[in-house]
Design a protein around this ligand. Structure first.
Ligand code: G3D
Length: 191
C-alpha cells in the first residue's frame, strides 16, 4: 500500500528529470533547436543569436523546466565521425529529437539510412521519438508529410511524431517540447 501511494505521489508530484538526446546530420539545426528551446523556456535566457551558434564538435547541453518536469537536453555532434558515438548516450535517454534539414533533399537517402540505424536500437525503440523537420520556413523545403513517408518505413509507432519546425524563427518549438513532455508523462507507471 505504501509502495502504491509512494509511486502515485512520485508520478504526479515529484519533480521528474528526463534526458532528451538531439541527433541528426551536421547542419540540420540541432544546436539552433536547443538554443531556441532555451530562449522559449528558460527565463531571462535572452534572444537567440544565430551568429553565436557554431558547429557541435562534442556535446551541447541545456536544461528546461516545465511544471514538475526538468528536461536535460544533449545536442550531439552530427558529423559522420561523431555519429557512432550517439548510441553511447542512449542508455540514459528518455526521449529523442531527430532533426532533419528539410531543404536538403539531396541528403534524404543518408538521413533515411541514419534514421533506420537509430531506430533499430533497442533503447530507442522504447522511448518517444520526435522528428523535427527543420528549416520549414524556407521556400522549397520538404513538407513534414514527405519526410514522414521517407522515414516511417515500418516505424508505425504511436510514440513517433513528425513536425515541421523552424528552429531559426522558433516556429513549433513549444509544440515539440510539449509533445515530448506529454509522451513522457503518458509512459506506464512502474511501481
Ligand atoms: P547543427 O547543430 O545540426 O550542426 P546548427 O546545426 O544549429 O549549427 O545550424 C546549421 C545552420 O543552419 C546555421 O546556419 C543555422 O543558422 C541554420 N539553421 C538552423 N535552423 C534553421 C532554420 O530553421 N531555418 C533556416 N533557414 N536556417 C536554420 P549557418 O549559416 O550559421 O551555418
Amino acid at each position: 500500500m505504501y509502495t502504491l501511494s509512494a509511486g502515485i505521489w512520485e508520478k504526479f508530484f515529484k519533480k521528474k528529470d528526463y534526458y532528451v538526446v538531439i541527433v541528426g546530420l551536421d547542419n540540420a539545426g540541432k544546436t539552433t533547436f536547443l538554443e531556441q528551446t532555451k530562449s522559449h523556456f528558460v527565463k531571462d535566457y535572452g534572444v537567440l543569436n544565430p551568429s553565436k551558434i557554431t558547429a557541435t564538435v562534442g556535446l551541447n547541453t541545456g536544461n528546461v523546466e516545465l511544471n514538475n518536469t526538468c528536461l536535460h537536453f544533449w545536442d550531439l555532434g552530427g558529423q559522420e565521425s561523431l555519429r557512432e558515438l550517439w548510441a553511447t548516450y542512449y542508455d540514459d535517454a528518455n526521449a529523442m529529437i531527430f532533426v532533419v534539414d528539410a531543404t536538403r533533399s539531396d541528403l534524404f537517402p543518408i538521413v533515411a539510412s541514419q534514421f533506420k540505424e537509430v531506430m533499430a536500437n533497442e533503447i530507442v525503440q522504447n522511448i518517444p521519438v520526435l522528428v523535427a523537420v527543420n528549416k520549414s520556413e524556407m521556400e522549397g523545403a520538404a513538407a513534414a508529410a514527405e519526410v514522414r513517408m521517407l522515414l516511417e518505413d515500418d516505424n508505425h509507432r504511436s510514440d513517433l511524431a513528425v513536425l515541421p519546425v523552424s528552429a531559426l524563427e522558433g516556429t513549433n518549438i513549444e509544440r515539440c517540447v510539449h509533445w515530448i513532455v506529454r509522451s513522457l508523462a503518458s509512459q506506464p507507471l512502474y511501481l
